[in-house]
Design a protein around this ligand. Structure first.
Ligand SMILES: [Zn+2]
Ligand SMILES: [Zn+2]
Length: 496
């Protein structure tokens, strides 16, 4: 009896069919199943590493939805203000798992269609707010996420310069999901000229062959790796002095991200393939004594490091590491001498490019290039002159970055005095970076020239592996406040 009673009490009354349905609030809407619309998606018409702009434009071409229908179909989150359009560089305006189901593509595949996950990430400012495209790719219905980053100047597939304006009216195309995209998908919103060479369903005939992505993928992965090493801080959204919120353009103008990644444009210009990325396989040194506290802290002896007087963070650990670094450098130089390889480059063999990289003649010895690059990683100097002329006057700047990351990653106590574990890890990482530079120089050898810069292998790359996170550009925020302050304001290298 009881179940029947409760059903009678709580179930909506099934009243006589003569009752006007409009008077019953729960009858005004149609049943839930009837509301679910179906959309046309052609997952076979999409490519790996394809941008969100390209994917969503194709979706709209296939479905011809109104603005309201389009935002619903694309799972735009209710918290997003879609009235002025949605920035397609960041994925946080969308419900990505639902959108991936609608587009019938894997979740990770769709995430790589966006430049960043959140619009608070500093790498957002390295991506352009207007469409940057390769005309040959666009004609076949392809646009890579990578093209949106201002550092990338050439299409790796066609070796063609990227455009940032319409080829018909020379106006820029906003990289946004907005009413203009809804009305003219895959086209210029100003003059409505399509970027496609023909109707979308014909593009399958002219489709890019899968092997062409072998030329794009290494650059995508290299850029993701470099961007992940920079993407440690949030975007500065307020003015420092007034505390006022800044406009998107003002944030982008003052952001260091674009400048920090600009060197990849030079790599594209002079190398066939990007240098190999250093995977951050953390090393565990088990043979070390368990007592890691080290000797008691003492005032650092800075007679040999005059520069250190100006630095509050420079302590006895830094001095001990500096000594180890100099010994390792001497050992490498002696080895080069034994092999009859010059330790430094001849003056005519290199020139400095505006993006703070050295372009080195391909005739130079590979080990010499590795030596110059290795010193640049640890000494953070952008000019060969500072490497050769200022032998003892400046400290190894990369060492400070190493100290900022290292204790957090290996859980080694960061005392003022050096301890044995710290020194052992440092020796190990000196060897790892030497091996990495030898590998990078070897990979550049066939391109006809070499490129060296501390930007190619910052010491933070020893622990951070941005590619280990489903191909997104994110890295974990494990830095302490003090460490990130040190990185935000590192000592500036002096370029002669
Ligand atoms: Zn192309
Ligand atoms: Zn146009």
């Amino acid at each position: 009896m009881t179940p029947l009673t409760s059903q009678a009490m709580y179930a909506p009354e099934i009243s006589s069919p003569r009752t006007d349905p409009a008077n019953l609030p729960w009858m005004r809407e149609q049943p839930h199943w009837a509301q679910l619309p179906t959309y046309t998606a052609r997952p076979a018409w999409t490519y790996p590493l394809e941008s969100a702009w390209s994917r969503l434009s194709k979706f709209q071409t296939l479905n011809c939805l109104s603005w309201q229908q389009l935002t619903e179909a694309l799972s735009v989150l209710r918290t997003t203000n879609a009235e002025c359009g949605i920035d397609l560089r960041a994925s946080d305006a969308f419900d990505i798992p639902t959108l991936a189901r609608t587009l019938r593509v894997p979740h990770a595949d769709l995430q790589s269609a966006f430049c960043v996950q959140s619009n608070h990430e500093v790498v957002l400012d390295a991506a352009s707010q207007s469409l940057r495209f390769c005309q040959s790719c666009a004609e076949t219905g392809f646009h890579a996420t990578l093209f949106q980053f201002a550092a990338i100047t050439y299409c790796p597939i066609h070796h063609r310069a990227l455009r940032d304006t319409c080829f018909n009216c020379a106006r820029s195309i906003p990289y946004r999901l907005d009413v203009a995209l809804m009305q003219h998908p895959y086209a210029c919103p100003t003059c409505a000229t399509s970027l496609l060479a023909g109707p979308l369903h014909y593009q399958r005939c002219a489709a890019l062959a899968p092997r062409t992505f072998d030329r794009l993928r290494p650059w995508h992965e290299y850029f993701a790796w470099c961007a992940g090493l920079v993407n440690l801080d949030s975007r500065r959204q307020r003015d420092i002095s007034s505390g006022q919120y800044l406009s998107n353009d003002a944030i982008q103008r003052s952001s260091p991200a674009q400048d920090r990644l600009a060197f990849i444009g030079d790599l594209q210009r002079y190398l066939c393939n990007p240098p190999p990325v250093l995977r951050s396989d953390r090393v565990h040194i088990d043979a070390l004594p368990r007592d890691l506290s080290g000797p008691p802290a003492s005032a650092p002896h800075i007679s040999g490091c005059v520069y250190a007087r100006r630095w509050p963070n420079f302590d006895a650990s830094c001095i001990a590491l500096n000594t180890l670094y100099r010994r390792a450098k001497s050992a490498h130089l002696r080895r080069l001498m034994r092999q009859n390889v010059p330790a430094t480059l001849s003056p005519g063999a290199f020139r400095q490019l505006p993006s703070r990289v050295l372009l080195i003649d391909g005739e130079s010895a590979m080990l010499t290039v590795a030596m110059v690059g290795w010193r640049m990683s640890w000494e953070r100097r952008f000019s060969l002159q500072t490497l050769t002329r200022c032998v003892r006057s400046y400290p190894p700047f990369g060492l400070l970055e190493w100290l900022a990351f290292m204790p957090a990653c290996y859980q080694v106590p960061r005392d003022a005095a050096p301890n044995e574990a710290l020194l052992q890890y440092f020796k190990n990482d000196l060897a790892r970076t030497w091996n990495a530079w030898c590998l990078m120089a070897a990979s550049m050898r066939n391109s006809g020239s070499y490129i060296a810069s501390p930007l190619l292998l910052p010491t933070r790359a020893l622990w951070i592996d941005p590619l280990d996170r489903s191909g997104t550009f994110l890295v974990p925020h494990f830095l302490s406040e003090k460490d990130s302050t040190l990185l935000r304001d590192p000592p500036q290298p002096i370029v002669l």
